[in-house]
Design a protein around this ligand. Sequence first.
Ligand SMILES: [Zn+2]
Ligand SMILES: [Zn+2]
Length: 299
Amino acid sequence: MELQFEVFTDENGMYGRECPECEGYFKVKGGTGLDSDLMTCPYCGIRSSTDEFFTNAQVEYIQSIVVNEIGKLVHKSFKSLERGNRKGFVTFKVNDRLKRLPLKHYSEQQLQTNTKCDKCELEYAIFSVFSYCPDCGESNTFQVFKKSLDSLKKQLEAYTNLEIEDKDFLQEVLEGIFKNTVSKFDGLGKQLRDKLPTPLAKKRSPFQNLFILNKELTSHTDIDLEELVGEDIFKEVIRLFQVRHILEHNYGQIDEEYIEKTGEGFRKIGERYLVLVKETSFLLDTTERLGEYLYSQLQ
Ligand SMILES: [Zn+2]
Ligand SMILES: [Zn+2]
């Protein structure tokens, strides 16, 4: 006997999958990505046969189809018995409900992130942000980082076209883009933590202090951020990270730590630092270069 059943999809043509190891739920779109019998869990990364990735709802649905078919067969054979027994001593009536045992239909769940793999073009949905591609297994860490910086660049472009008089408002928007750039780099660092040498891997935010990051990297690996971008650029980006620090923790007012770490003795303690578009743009470009280099070197 051969059974056929349809896989239900959501409004985007995606169907659910569930990891046999971590039980994480995700969705993939049929007809995109690779044609493979293997699948990678986007969350824990285990790779296994696609057959092992059925969701509970799908298994229950398939089981209900099997039970339904068996019900029909049983009904059919008992019906013939029923007829055969008409003249005998024993009579019984077969319940017609056997003919139509209920199917357990289901619908797929909503997930937070719809994404597409840069490498194999699989379209899939996950509840997290960072993941492995279910088809080719590639980590999307750099893709996520790059996209978030692209979005910040667009925001900066939009900012320069804003026609608003309120200077404080404008400054806050610009500072938001500036701070976010460092946050995205910081987030990349957390994703790459496992690949960093021990003193850095133990840090909560290994990429937040560029000076320490490079010091540890150069003493434990061949990676050298300063060598990549040159001394002047590296010094400037370290200074801008320090600016981010006072924006985040001191309303943008210069503190002793800032002067000590940047050597900018001409600034007054308590003076407000006004971030420039030029600096924000420089920060975005340099952070992207550093991130790309770190990601490729740490693989
Ligand atoms: Zn998993
Ligand atoms: Zn892929």
